[in-house]
Design a protein around this ligand. Structure first.
Ligand code: SF4
Length: 139
């Protein structure tokens, strides 16, 4: 169910206002999988320090209010990153992940279940992205 609240970006950066951690990257470097946090945690300096020496976005999935026109992926209506990810990536789950931000997630609002079926393989800071991910991340 969607809410009337402003949408959240589910691949946010730690410096964004009202940022929360909602997932932890598990799996392997070639096959990452997000484990969803039962209750999203506000991002603090202490939390970010825990991921050192790697960048927080290599370990955590963060959400924050969508920056819309300030983001290179927003075309004025849609998040083109979400649109591309749904277009090029395979579904990796048989049912929707237990994600706590779903009612507010921009990707879900825009792409529906297809976004959630692909989301578990998304790492915001990917060290060796595949060609497909590089293409998707290029505005
Ligand atoms: S796309 Fe789906 S699984 Fe991913 S953050 Fe949004 S609601 Fe959660």
């Amino acid at each position: 169910m969607q809410s009337s609240r402003p949408p959240l970006c589910p691949s946010a950066q730690p410096g964004m206002v009202n940022c929360v951690a909602f997932g932890v990257i598990q799996g392997t470097s070639t096959e990452p999988r997000v484990a969803w946090i039962e209750r999203p945690i506000p991002v603090t300096e202490d939390l970010l320090a825990l991921t050192g020496p790697v960048p927080p976005t290599q370990v955590l999935r963060l959400a924050a209010p969508c920056q819309e026109d300030a983001c290179c992926h927003f075309d004025g209506t849609d998040c083109q990153l979400a649109a591309k990810l749904v277009q090029i990536l395979p579904s990796v789950v048989g049912s929707l992940p237990a994600c706590q931000i779903r009612p507010d997630c921009r990707w879900f609002r825009q792409e529906g279940n297809a976004a959630c079926e692909r989301c578990p393989q998304i790492v915001t800071y990917y060290v060796n992205p595949t060609e497909e991910l590089s293409w998707a991340a290029t505005p």
